[in-house]
Write a protein that binds this ligand. Structure first.
Ligand code: NAP
Length: 295
């Protein structure tokens, strides 16, 4: 087998392009009811959540989205968290609401997410947003899978190809990544397989795929030697090792020379998730204010 150079799909650079478009769109809001606004609800002191929220607020400030953080103590009651989300839902000045997950275990996540109005559901996690995706209707799409689609579009466009007819394997079937990911790939005319923890032979499924999206949450689950030569690989997983470094669900080193292209961890899907949140916030503002959405 001839070894090929494996391209790194630069999530940071592609995210920067998306953020620049958002910045230009935000500038157009001047004098028209103020910039798009995003409210982030964070409950408790989960260190990863604090880092993620900081990154989102920083990106918002950079593009000109007016972002606010609504932080509640880890001991906040269901009623207190619901009251916060209800107030943001009723506030006409708020275009997008994001409830940072995970919530402390004593809180009912579904009930809280259910209070985010569909037109402000910039995370795309709500039942109506997901239903719109299933039905093929317009709506705000979950940020990580939508960001992965942007990365795939870039990777295939660079080869003069599209996803149409490609065999795509999604590893993971969560509500926020795996399932919407599979539906977005299907909408792009890929032939989609979903693998999960009960799948019989993951290696064989990986070996049949032109596109692999790994979102299992298991460090280095996917071995390079499982891949079909020339596969395009998106690594959604993110794990902190004992030495503080990050790794994904794919053993990137063993994929070298086999995959055509792969996203690095960090610097792949993570920056695109944040950029897509910004795009969704601008889109929510455009839609709520009755203009056509084209960012
Ligand atoms: P999740 O809710 O834990 O779902 C994991 C999915 O993977 C489940 O469907 C599970 O199957 C499946 N799975 C687990 N072990 C497997 C195995 N050995 N073989 C095949 N499938 C297996 O996780 P998630 O929220 O979707 O997130 C997945 C990963 O992406 C995590 O590492 C998370 O940190 C990362 N993530 C990154 C970003 C980003 O912006 N970079 C955003 C979101 C998530 P069952 O359904 O059978 O249990």
């Amino acid at each position: 087998m001839t070894q090929q150079q494996t391209e790194r799909i630069d999530g940071k650079a592609i995210a920067a392009e998306v953020l620049e478009i958002c910045r230009q769109r935000c500038a157009e809001f001047k004098g028209r009811g103020g910039p798009p606004s995003l409210a982030v609800v964070r409950v408790g002191e989960d260190p990863a959540s604090r880092v993620y929220v900081r990154g989102k607020l920083r990106a918002a400030a950079k593009v000109g989205i007016q972002a606010s953080e609504h932080h509640l103590e880890a001991t906040a009651t269901q009623q207190e968290v619901e009251a916060t989300v209800r107030a943001l839902a009723a506030d006409d000045a708020v275009d997008g609401i994001l409830v940072q997950l995970p919530l402390p275990r004593h809180l009912h996540e579904g009930a809280i997410l259910g209070l985010v109005p569909t037109d402000k559901d910039v995370d795309g996690f709500g039942v109506e947003s997901l239903g719109a995706l299933v039905a093929g209707l317009p709506g705000l799409r979950a940020c990580t899978p939508a960001g992965v689609m942007t990365l795939l579009d870039h990777a295939f466009a660079a080869r003069g190809e599209t996803l149409r007819g490609k065999r795509a394997l999604v590893i993971g079937r969560s509500r926020i990544v795996g399932k919407p990911m599979a539906l977005l790939l299907l909408a792009a005319d890929a032939t989609v397989t979903i693998a999960h923890s009960k799948s019989a032979d993951l290696a064989a499924e990986v070996g049949r795929a032109d596109v692999v999206v790994a979102a299992a949450g298991v460090p280095h689950l996917v071995r390079g030697e499982w891949l079909a030569p020339g596969a395009v690989v998106i690594d959604v997983g993110i794990h902190r090792r004992d030495d503080g470094s990050l790794c994904g669900d794919v053993d990137t080193d063993s994929a070298e020379g086999i995959a055509a292209a792969i996203t690095p961890v960090p610097g792949g899907v993570g920056p695109m998730t944040i950029a897509t949140l910004m795009r969704n916030t601008v889109e929510a503002a455009v839609r709520r204010r009755g203009e056509s959405a084209d960012v």
